[in-house]
Design a protein around this ligand. Structure first.
Ligand code: BDP
Length: 698
């Protein structure tokens, strides 16, 4: 947020009514803006307001009022703005706010301090429009209660994964070389940035919990408390990734069996100590029985047993456990249908529906495999009506260009959130995350409010001066927060919001041109990325280990379960009930039927669900092999166009920022060409079918 984003607010006479930490944050934000832009902030109970007799219109009367509902009567003109609001009937909740403007006064009213903070940032988004013509009462409330970022940050540098696992934005904001980084200014600035996007929770360490990180739960708890202190003024609760084996690793117990009395006591005592230090601690994140992490299977227990022991420890304090559904066996051959990795999460978790405690949030990756640029929505999302679910996205661009490629993910996330698992017109993925998908079902009781588990993303931020390595990847961070607040927002409108907040009139001499060009560079960039990488939803084809750039067969003969099965006749994974792994049967109708048939399966997912001959004709009318060639040539051409557009921004925006993006676009083009050439050459050799247009295939 450049200070200029606050210009419209900073020039006002503002009154802030209410008390408490977050109200003070609002006051400080306004005071800083006022100091810069000539405004004036007054505080206190409105009735005893400082501007003469409270409420008198005139030279000293406030033009902007931000008030907590309980803070006493508002000055007359401000109260008039809110006429028609019935506090009893119109509860705003913990984070909601009202906004209205009349007769030259703009008012934000909230029931709770966090609502006031979100109201402030909404005013920032509106800019001068917040002080223009009258605005009728608008009521804003987040659709999702939990809007969380998971940091895959290691405290100690990991020999293979480095400081931040799958991080492409420099080092960790929180940790360095085995200890706290202690750049608390930066942590606070990060909290501010996240609050401005709408995020309200952060997990501060990697889901793969190594020995040093495990100790954050016990003797290194003070380091976590230091972070919580800096994030709290921005309404952000801190969560911790913990090891399921903590009772053994840290507690010296002989077992971590969740049904063992001593283990339960250990978790209860450890958790009590956490809340003594951090009273508003959010809870735990757990990756268990996955990719080498310990879990309940070792003791012959279910994941409900495992999650519930932690949930039981957290419940008295109001905390939640985010239990990840990313559980599969990464050391097996493809023997039969039961070993299809796409099936794993459903096979493990769907039978456990209804067996989790209320404060367990089952955190489900959006797709059945692993954050690919295209996957169907995970069938787990539709399979657990008796469980609080969170949907997990990946903002860090592990599989979408690693913040060297421009890839705006807003449209992809929006597609996922709007997907209707029970058929068009029915409840959506966003409804499941909000807890409103099951009509007639009362909101789950519990400690956290709201029935759903919300939205989580793996963070893409680090200590890079632009926060996200690729400056344009900031748009993904912003879009995540905004879509988590309201999954119904148009992702392209959100993109424009981000552009306007970032490239303000004072940082560029032609904001309209900048907005148009940047919009064109970003809006379709996810589909562009999809075009030049793995075709038709088949996924992977990335270089093993670091996952950057193409290697068509890189994972084909490994035990990781990510295959394309290309041979001389065809390509794709048969996941049908008729002849394949029966994965399509994990979906409710109509999708179980839609995906089962090659005739009705959407083109973009064809190879995820079917093994087809190269000359199979897609619904679009072209053959699979010709589609592979066409999309790969088109994808590279679009990157060329993107780079040309970006060049037109030289001298219109900050030179350093322009240079950083230019350099990354050069790399994106090189890499896209490499993808095109490898994928095209591979399928030309397998199929022997030449490109219908005779283009060069190396
Ligand atoms: C995979 C990443 C790996 C993560 C894992 C996870 O390659 O680094 O640990 O996801 O989500 O995509 O746990």
């Amino acid at each position: 947020l450049p200070p200029e984003a606050f210009a419209a607010l900073g020039a006002r006479r503002a009154l802030v009514c209410g008390a408490g930490l977050l109200v003070q944050t609002v006051r400080d934000e306004l005071a800083a803006a006022a100091a810069r832009y000539g405004g004036k902030v007054t505080a206190g109970a409105a009735a005893a307001g400082p501007a003469g007799p409270a409420g008198a219109a005139g030279a000293g009367a406030p033009e902007l009022v931000l008030a907590l509902a309980g803070a006493g009567p508002l000055p007359g003109p401000a109260a008039a703005v809110l006429a028609g609001h019935d506090p009893a009937a119109d509860a705003l909740g913990d984070e909601g706010f009202l906004l209205a403007r009349r007769a030259g006064v703009t008012v934000v009213l909230a029931d709770r301090p966090a609502g006031l903070l979100y109201g402030l940032f909404h005013l920032v988004r509106l800019g001068p429009a917040a002080f223009g013509p009258d605005r009728a009462l608008e009521r804003h409330r987040p659709v999702l209660r939990h809007r969380m970022l998971d940091h895959w940050d290691n405290v100690a540098v990991h020999p293979v994964m480095g400081q931040v696992e799958r991080g492409y934005a420099g080092g960790s904001i929180f940790w360095r070389d085995g200890g706290p980084r202690r750049d608390f200014e930066r942590v606070r600035a990060y909290g501010r940035l996240l609050a401005a996007c709408g995020v309200n929770a952060v997990a501060v360490n990697n889901v793969n919990v190594h020995a040093t990180e495990a100790r954050l739960l016990t003797d290194r708890l003070g380091d976590v408390a230091d972070l919580a202190d800096r994030l709290r003024p921005y309404g952000i609760r801190v969560h911790l990734s913990v090891s399921f084996a903590a009772p053994v690793m840290l507690g010296g117990l002989p077992t971590a069996d969740p049904c063992d009395e001593a283990v339960r006591d250990w978790w209860a005592a450890a958790t009590r100590r956490v809340y003594e230090r951090i009273p508003d601690f959010g809870g735990y994140v757990v990756k268990a029985d996955s990719e080498g992490q310990p879990g309940p299977f070792r003791y012959g227990r279910s994941h409900a047993d495992g999650a519930n022991v932690l949930a039981e420890a957290l419940a008295p304090h109001g905390g939640v456990v985010h239990w990840r559904a990313f559980v599969y066996n990464h050391r097996q051959d493809w023997r039969d249908r039961s070993t299809d990795r796409a099936r794993a999460a459903f096979d493990h978790f769907a039978p456990l529906d209804g067996r989790f405690r209320d404060n367990v949030i089952l955190q489900v990756k959006h797709g059945p495999i692993d954050f690919q640029p295209r996957e169907p929505v995970s069938p787990v999302i539709a399979a657990m009506p008796g469980t609080r679910l969170a949907v997990e996205l990946q903002a860090t661009q592990e599989y979408t260009g690693q913040q060297r490629h421009v890839c705006y993910l807003g449209p992809w996330w929006s597609e996922i959130l709007r997907f209707a698992p029970w058929g068009p017109g029915g409840s959506t993925v966003a409804d499941v995350a909000a807890g409103t998908a099951y009509e007639g079902r009362p909101a789950l009781p519990g400690t956290v409010g709201g029935g759903g588990g919300g939205l989580v993303a793996v963070s893409n931020a680090g200590d890079d001066p632009f926060w996200t390595g690729h400056p344009l990847a900031q748009a993904n961070l912003y879009a995540f927060g905004r879509l988590a607040w309201d999954p119904g927002l148009d992702p392209l409108a959100v993109l424009d919001e981000w552009i306007d907040l970032t490239f303000t009139p004072s940082t560029t001499r032609d904001p309209r041109l900048v907005r148009r060009i940047l919009h064109e560079v970003l809006d379709d960039s996810w589909r562009t990325y999809e075009r030049y990488t793995a075709p038709l939803g088949v996924g992977f084809m990335v270089r093993p280990g670091h996952h950057y750039g193409p290697d068509v067969d890189g994972y084909e003969y490994t035990p990781w379960g990510t295959y394309h099965f290309a041979d001389r006749d065809g390509v794709g994974v048969d996941r049908t009930r008729a002849t394949g792994t029966r994965f399509t049967g994990q979906y409710p109708p109509p999708w179980s039927h839609t995906y089962e048939s090659v005739q009705t399966c959407p083109d973009e997912l064809l190879l995820f669900f079917h093994h087809v001959p190269y000359r199979h004709v897609l619904r679009s009318g072209v053959t699979v092999i010709q589609h592979i060639y066409d999309s790969h040539f088109a994808g590279v051409e679009q990157v060329v166009a993107m780079r040309d557009r970006w060049r037109r921004l030289a001298r219109l925006i900050d030179a350093r920022l322009h240079a950083r993006v230019s350099q990354r676009l050069d790399e994106q083009l090189r890499c896209a060409q490499e993808w095109r050439d490898q994928v095209n050459a591979y399928f030309y050799r397998k199929s022997g079918v030449p490109d219908a247009h005779g283009r060069r295939i190396p």
